[in-house]
Design a protein around this ligand. Structure first.
Ligand code: SME
Length: 156
């Protein structure tokens, strides 16, 4: 990640100008994956009832396409309404494995006020790959996505 502030601005612009909320989600995961070489798997889950449902992603297909709120690091982040960084996924009993190569993970909720709309989930094949810069980047992207997910559909 060469310049996280610039990357965040680029992604926020792309999210705002995407023709639909679905396109905004696609653009966000694509630009994050392209801009951050340590992001091995980058995806978005959307909350439907009490389950997180996998949306667009870049990386190997995950077996976890629906995650109940009580399960996984993803479920924990949505329940706590806060970002979670795990330096060593194999040492975390909450971890639901997506790939044997994954070593670390960051999950950042997409919030509208106090309401969880979904989350951005990123895995890395490098141990302890994520820090405050990644969290700040993903929180900025999540804020822009929340604005798009909350907006009424364009009926023009
Ligand atoms: N590792 C996540 C599951 C999703 S996969 O990483 C894509 C978890 O523990 O919730």
């Amino acid at each position: 990640m060469s310049d996280p502030l610039r990357l965040q601005a680029t992604i926020r612009d792309a999210v705002r100008s995407a023709p639909s909320a679905g396109a905004a989600l696609e653009r966000a995961v694509t630009l994050l994956a392209e801009g951050c070489p340590h992001f091995t798997w980058t995806g978005i889950y959307l909350l439907e009832g009490d389950e997180l449902v996998l949306g667009p992603f870049v990386g190997t297909p995950s077996p976890h396409v629906r995650i109940p709120l009580g399960r996984g690091i993803c479920g924990a982040a949505a329940t706590q309404k806060a970002a979670i960084i795990v330096d060593d996924v194999n040492a975390d009993p909450r971890y639901l494995a997506c790939s044997l190569e994954t070593k670390s993970e960051i999950v950042v909720p997409i919030m509208l006020g106090d309401r969880v709309l979904g989350e951005i989930d990123v895995d890395s094949d490098q141990p302890a790959a994520f820090g405050r810069r990644d969290q700040a980047l993903l929180e900025g992207v999540a804020e822009a996505l929340a604005g798009r997910l909350a907006a009424p559909p364009d009926v023009s």
